[in-house]
Design a protein around this ligand. Structure first.
Ligand code: ADP
Length: 455
């Protein structure tokens, strides 16, 4: 029966490789510090030059690993192979370091433990087992080679009395090897047991998350059907009421007119609610939406045109700053239009008469950053964490002139989720609000790159 942990998912392994590389900087620094402290402070006598060279060697190959991680970005099976090679090179380097530092007599020989633990956490089962075996073989060969005189033993004079010659004492060598190797295997077993449980939990959580997502999708399909069925009758009610209030069905008493007008307002709101519900459930129900290159300039022009009348009514200044060199983004034209429409409509709605709304875009390498800024009523600090929640509306906008469904920002968030984008907000009540969001640039090689980012 094998005792080591199951392999990590490739993404988890890739993340931990980064951590492993950071840890190795410490190891390189530790070797160099030991060389200096041992020599200057502890007045030990040992082969200092190999220590410094090995410290530099570790730093150099770690830099190479770091470059490889950033440039080549090993994926899939290569992530594991890359981790395997790193642990192997570390074990061999540590063996050489131990040889120059007193071999089996060196108290730091227990540092092989770190590599077995890291291997048990990072690598698939059989590869981790191979590393534990490799470490054991290296230690045995080192001890036997020094014992038999095949390799010169390097004393650390000042640490242990030289005349003890422990490396040459077969009883000490046998017991030390036994203790060390059993410790390596037991440590690997313990690390693997803990890692195994953690991996299982992570997988269970990931599965539960998938089930929840699927259920949410089914719920959204249901909401979509209901909203779709409600849309027709609601539109019908609204136009009938309009005919009545316009007097096209004949004169009606003033009191009745008041009531019909109020019903008309509510039916208009119902229409908005159904439209937003349809949009939100459509995005949530879709597994994937088709994407292509999208030019933002055309979209923003269209949104500004649609809002012209409301902007004029409120005497607002509506401006856009889109550089001519702005690259196209990778997305769904309709969805991105809806995203801009919701954010700019909100800015117009929540800005008081005579205010200003500005939309700016800038190129940030692989992303385009868009800001929708207004000097309107702002969002109270306590409402900020909730504004992307479905149906949430802050207290300061619950007035008739600023009526809303509380779904616009949820739609925006969902659209950005399906586009690999991020959104954040800065606001001060009474001063104004800025929504910033990012979309991925569509490049020549971009499409594949973006799909990878969205995963
Ligand atoms: P609504 O239909 O109410 O506008 P949204 O989901 O679009 O729904 O927005 C949620 C809430 O966030 C709004 O009710 C409002 O409190 C706040 N909000 C959104 N945009 C702005 C803005 N530009 N200025 C002030 N408050 C805003």
């Amino acid at each position: 029966m094998s005792f080591l942990a199951p392999p990590l998912m490739p993404e988890e392994a890739a993340a931990r490789i980064g951590w492993f590389i950071r840890l190795r900087w410490l190891a390189a620094a530790g070797v160099l510090v030991f060389a200096v402290v041992g020599d200057r402070l502890l007045k030990l006598q040992f082969a200092i030059a190999p220590f410094i060279l090995i410290g530099i060697f570790i730093a150099l190959y770690n830099a190479a690993f770091m470059l490889l991680t950033h440039r080549v970005r090993p994926v899939g099976r290569w992530t594991n192979r890359f981790a395997f090679a790193q642990v192997g090179i570390d074990i061999l380097t540590l063996t050489v370091l131990m040889h120059f530092g007193g071999g089996i007599e060196n108290p730091f020989i227990s540092y092989f433990l770190f590599h077995t633990i890291i291997a048990a956490i990072l690598l698939p089962r059989y590869k981790a087992e191979l590393q534990v075996v490799l470490a054991s073989i290296c230690i045995v060969i080192l001890a036997i080679a020094e014992f038999t005189g095949l390799l010169t033993h390097h004393h650390i004079v000042g640490l242990l009395p030289v005349e003890l010659e422990l490396y040459n004492n077969w009883k000490f060598v046998t017991v030390a090897l036994f203790a060390l190797i059993t410790t390596l295997f037991i440590a690997a077993f313990l690390a693997a047991s803990i890692a195994q449980r953690l991996h299982q939990r992570e997988r269970q959580l990931a599965q539960a998350n998938e089930i929840l997502k699927e259920q949410d999708r089914i719920k959204s399909q249901y909401v979509m059907r209901v909203a779709h069925d409600l849309a027709g009758p609601a539109a019908m009610i609204s136009s009938c009421l309009q005919l009545v209030t316009k007097g096209l069905t004949g004169p009606i008493p003033e009191k009745a007119l008041d009531m019909v007008q109020s019903a008309q307002r509510k039916s208009k709101f119902l229409g908005h609610l159904i439209k937003d519900l349809l949009s939100l459930s459509r995005i949530k129900a879709a597994k994937e939406i088709p994407k292509t290159e999208v030019k933002l300039q055309g979209i923003i022009n269209q949104v500004f045109e649609d809002l012209q009348q409301r902007v004029a009514e409120k005497n607002l200044t509506l401006e856009q700053k889109f550089p001519a060199t702005l690259p196209a983004v990778y997305g769904n034209t309709e969805a991105i239009h809806e995203l801009f429409c919701n954010l700019v409509t909100n800015a117009v709605k929540y800005t008081l008469v005579g205010g200003q709304v500005e939309v700016t875009a800038s190129n940030k390498g692989e992303e385009v950053l868009v800001k929708v800024q207004d000097n309107g009523v702002g969002i109270p600090a306590e409402a900020l964490p909730h504004i992307f929640e479905e149906f949430y509306r802050a207290d300061n906008v619950k007035v008739e002139a600023m009526e809303g469904t509380g779904l616009g920002l949820s739609i925006v968030k969902q659209i950005l989720n399906t586009h690999g984008g991020k959104i954040w907000v800065e606001s001060e009540q009474g001063k104004g609000t800025t929504f910033s969001f990012t979309l991925l640039v569509a490049g020549d090689t971009g499409v594949a790159g973006h799909i990878r980012k969205e995963v």
